[in-house]
Design a protein around this ligand. Structure first.
Ligand code: 5GP
Ligand code: ZN
Length: 136
């Protein structure tokens, strides 16, 4: 066995190590308080701690998936459920007139928390443009 093989934990172990310290896994376990909107075995929704608009909440899987880049075929149903839940919660929590769903992904997407999450942002006035257009 090479040094690299010994130093790199198998992916299941690596995932467990990530889960232990992941902020959103800690929110799922109730170790960090959150204002919850919805929960079932597979999905949790809670208000963002630093809202960008009158309505800003997050929908996450309760199991640790670091990023959209890690999605596999087996996650198809779960992601579909999260997507279908978004407008229902938006309607019930003050964003019935439309919202923006954002999933920041990886370095280029400026994902800060490494646990897949959908931002649902809306309420009040129409939001700013999606992204500033690069100057030509
Ligand atoms: P990202 O930039 O990864 O797409 O977004 C992470 C989001 O998680 C940010 O909007 C941030 O405000 C939110 N967030 C980070 N830590 C916490 C926390 O401890 N509680 C809650 N409710 N939201 C958090
Ligand atoms: Zn996690």
């Amino acid at each position: 066995m090479t040094w690299t093989e010994r130093a790199t934990p198998p992916s299941a172990n690596r995932n467990r190590m990530q889960e232990a310290s992941c902020i959103f896994c800690r929110i799922v376990r109730g170790e960090i308080p959150s204002r919850r909107l919805y929960e079932d075995e597979e999905i949790l929704a809670f208000h963002d701690i630093n809202p960008l608009a009158p309505v800003h909440f997050l929908i996450i899987p309760t199991s640790h998936i670091a990023s959209m880049m890690d999605l596999e075929e087996e996650h198809r149903t779960l992601l579909g459920k999260m997507m279908v839940l978004a407008p229902r919660l938006a309607r019930d929590h003050g964003a019935g007139d439309g919202f923006r769903l954002i999933v920041n992904t990886g370095r280029v997407g400026r994902q800060e928390v490494q646990h897949v999450h959908m931002h649902i942002i809306g309420g009040g006035e129409p939001l700013g443009s999606m992204l500033p257009r690069p100057r030509s």
